[in-house]
Design a protein around this ligand. Structure first.
Ligand code: G3H
Ligand code: 13P
Ligand code: ZN
Length: 312
């Protein structure tokens, strides 16, 4: 099956009350880990590429690696630009064969966000590509999550109908309590998703696919491995997976996970060198990293997304 857009994936996910995992990729081992996991779980999957990944790996390399994944499996795979900052990077990704792009103009004023997003939608749709955009703001990697500040950033249900109808987007990323990065909350905090806001948005946009960014939940067993082998991730806590599972059963059709995969990949490398400090063949430690990441992706498919067995 060739690379697909997310249209059919989201239609089925919405009706079936599950979500598709969108996992960030930067190199061959990550693509293999994610695609092998999805293939074994018979799950559709989205491979997403950030501006940083484009710069690190060169999008042409990533596209060819994704083509290899498509050629060696039967599951539906979409290739998505994560957090496109402007029209130019979206256009370059569309021209380069991506099947989905995100235009993230959420930091711009309302009218500008609409104008930039609409321009991307016109170009993308002319080329058979789908578009995700964002309303509301997630806390950043370094941000202290203070409830009052976070509250002010949540997506307003009053804005979603006008934004989606004026821009013509295909999916909408919202802010309801998740945040980017591995340092999200402090011990003693009880992070929860604002499922009430999600429910209201679902009522305003019936059948419309919603996206959650910042959905790594920082599993404590993997953090413990990083710490045990010389890393440092003190007190990393995310939104509990049970909350994300509820969102996947509602209007959320795409859940973005990057940090948890990085933690798994790095944990395996740290463990490898702790166990075998004299090894120097990259296939040995990158092989371990790939295996640990694959395990994490399977865990997410089964416990968070509910997308196992939905590929066909
Ligand atoms: O939300 C951002 C993703 O985690 C990508 O991160 O920009 O470091 O590649 P990156
Ligand atoms: P995490 O940092 O929580 O993995 O979020 C990733 C993301 O939203 C990519 O767009
Ligand atoms: Zn994101």
């Amino acid at each position: 099956m060739p690379l697909v857009t997310t249209t059919d994936m989201f239609k089925k996910a919405y009706a079936g009350k599950y979500a598709i995992g969108a996992f960030n990729v930067n190199n061959m081992e990550m693509i293999q880990a994610i695609v092998e996991a999805a293939n074994e779980e018979k799950s559709p999957v989205i491979l997403q590429v950030s501006a940083g990944a484009r710069k690190y790996a060169n999008p042409v390399y990533l596209k060819k690696l994704v083509e290899a994944a498509v050629e060696t499996t039967d599951i539906p795979i979409a290739m998505h630009l994560d957090h496109g900052a402007d029209f130019e990077i979206c256009k370059a990704s569309i021209d380069g064969g991506f099947t989905s792009v995100m235009i993230d103009a959420s930091s711009h004023p309302w009218e500008e966000n609409i104008e930039i997003t609409k321009k991307v939608v016109e170009y993308a749709h002319d080329h058979g590509v789908v578009v995700e955009a964002e309303l509301g703001k997630l806390a950043g990697i370094e941000d202290d999550v203070n409830v009052d500040a976070a509250d002010a950033q949540f997506t307003s249900p009053d804005e979603v109908e006008e934004f989606t109808s004026k821009t013509g987007i295909d999916s909408l990323a919202i802010a309801i309590g998740t945040s980017h990065g591995a340092y999200k909350f402090k011990p003693g905090q009880d992070p929860k998703l604002r499922l009430d806001i999600l429910e209201e948005i679902g009522k305003r946009l019936p059948g419309f696919p919603i996206v959650l960014h910042g959905a790594s939940s920082v599993p404590q067993d993997k953090v413990a491995i990083v710490n045990q082998f010389g890393g440092s991730m003190p007190n990393a806590i995310g939104i509990p997976e049970s909350e994300l599972r509820k969102a996947a059963q509602m209007a959320v059709c795409k859940i973005n996970i990057d940090s948890d995969l990085r933690v798994a990949f790095t944990a395996a490398i740290r463990k490898h060198f702790s166990d075998a400090p004299s090894h120097f063949d990259p296939r040995q430690y990158l092989g371990d990293a790939r295996a640990m990441m694959k395990e994490m992706v399977k865990h997410k498919i089964v416990n968070v997304l509910g997308s196992a067995g939905k590929a066909f």
